[in-house]
Structure formats: C-alpha cells, structure tokens
Design a protein around this ligand. Structure first.
Ligand SMILES: Nc1ncnc2c1ncn2[C@@H]1O[C@H](COP(=O)(O)OP(=O)(O)O)[C@@H](O)[C@H]1O
Ligand SMILES: [Mg+2]
Length: 164
C-alpha cells in the first residue's frame, strides 16, 4: 500500500524521521532496509538525521557522499547510512559488501537507492521525497511531499505507523 503525506517544514520531516527511528529500534532481531529516493534537496538527509535522533544518536548525519556509507552504533542495533548518489557502477556496490551487512539488528538507510536497484538487499520501506506542488520544485523552504510504500510484513507495519 502507498500513502502520501505533506511535510510542511524541515522540522516536520525530522520529527517523522525520529518517529521511524523509534519504531525501527523497537523491532529487535530483524534486518531493516529503508530506501530514500527523490531529487537533491528533497529532504532525504534531513529525514535521516531525524531517524538517528529517534535512535538516541546526537548530531546531524555525517555525509556519506564520498564514502558511500557511514556506520552508527545504536545500542544493540547497527545503522548504516548510505548515499548512492555518486555510485559509479555495480562494482562500487559490491565493494560495500551489503549482503554481509544485511543481518539481524542492522538497519540500512539508503539515499538514492534507485541507483542500486537490483543489487540491494530486499527493501522493507520505500520513501519517495518530492515537492508538495508543481512550481515549488527546487525551492528550499517549500513544503515537501512524502510517498510511503511498505513491502512485506515489516514494511507494512512501518508504513502504517508513519501514515497515521
Ligand atoms: N519540509 C521540508 N523537509 C525537508 N527539508 C526541508 C523542508 N523544507 C525545507 N527543507 C530544507 O531543504 C534541504 C533538504 O536538504 P537534504 O535533506 O540534504 O536533501 P537531500 O538529502 O534529499 O538531498 C535542507 O536545507 C532543509 O532544511
Ligand atoms: Mg542527501
């Protein structure tokens, strides 16, 4: 199922991210994969910073733009924040060894996941970020629209929780 939400401000985006972070943290023993798609500036990293806050991690997300991946320890869970914007090909992805990271108690948050399509572990939740109206695209302070799709039982549960 797919639902859409309006995120009027960056703070709203961060708060929704924090809600997802708390939900992810409350599901021990399962691997979790969240795909974040949408243009540059659409709000993906802002949302990830909120997820980290929901896990009790302070500070903004470090940028994985050049390293492609940044790990975080959050209690019993390990978070991996990926940004595939600069992915140059499938070899880059292989080098990251994502299959080995897709284990119980790991959470993958993948910006620009569409660039890794076909070579990523199964995605539980797809978050598509965009602008809330035609003509707003690219305006930094414009409201954003978030489209949420859950895949499978874990994803559907997370999607339902974000949509209410
Ligand atoms: N409703 C909103 N949601 C998310 N970001 C917003 C919103 N309104 C304004 N912004 C601003 O837009 C920018 C989004 O940047 P960022 O999260 O890095 O995007 P991305 O990771 O998708 O490239 C930030 O400067 C943020 O403060
Ligand atoms: Mg980003």
């Amino acid at each position: 199922m797919t639902t859409a939400l309006t995120l009027p401000t960056a703070v709203a985006t961060r708060e929704l991210g924090a809600r997802l972070g708390r939900a992810l943290q409350s599901m021990p023993g399962v691997p979790q994969v969240v795909a974040l798609n949408g243009d540059l500036g659409a709000g993906k990293t802002t949302f990830v910073s909120g997820v980290l806050a929901g896990f009790g991690l302070a500070g903004p997300a470090r940028s994985p733009t050049y390293t492609l991946i940044e790990p975080y320890e959050a209690g019993t869970r390990t978070l991996y924040h990926l940004d595939l914007y600069r992915l140059s090909g499938p070899r880059d992805l292989e080098a990251l060894g994502l299959r080995d990271l897709h284990v119980s108690d790991s959470t993958l948050l993948i910006e620009w996941a569409e660039r890794g399509a076909g070579a990523l572990p199964p995605v539980d939740l797809t978050l598509q970020f965009g602008y809330a109206g035609a003509g707003l695209a690219g305006a930094d302070d414009a409201p954003r629209q978030l489209t949420i799709t859950g895949h499978g039982a874990v994803g559907e549960r997370l999607a339902a929780l974000l949509s209410k």
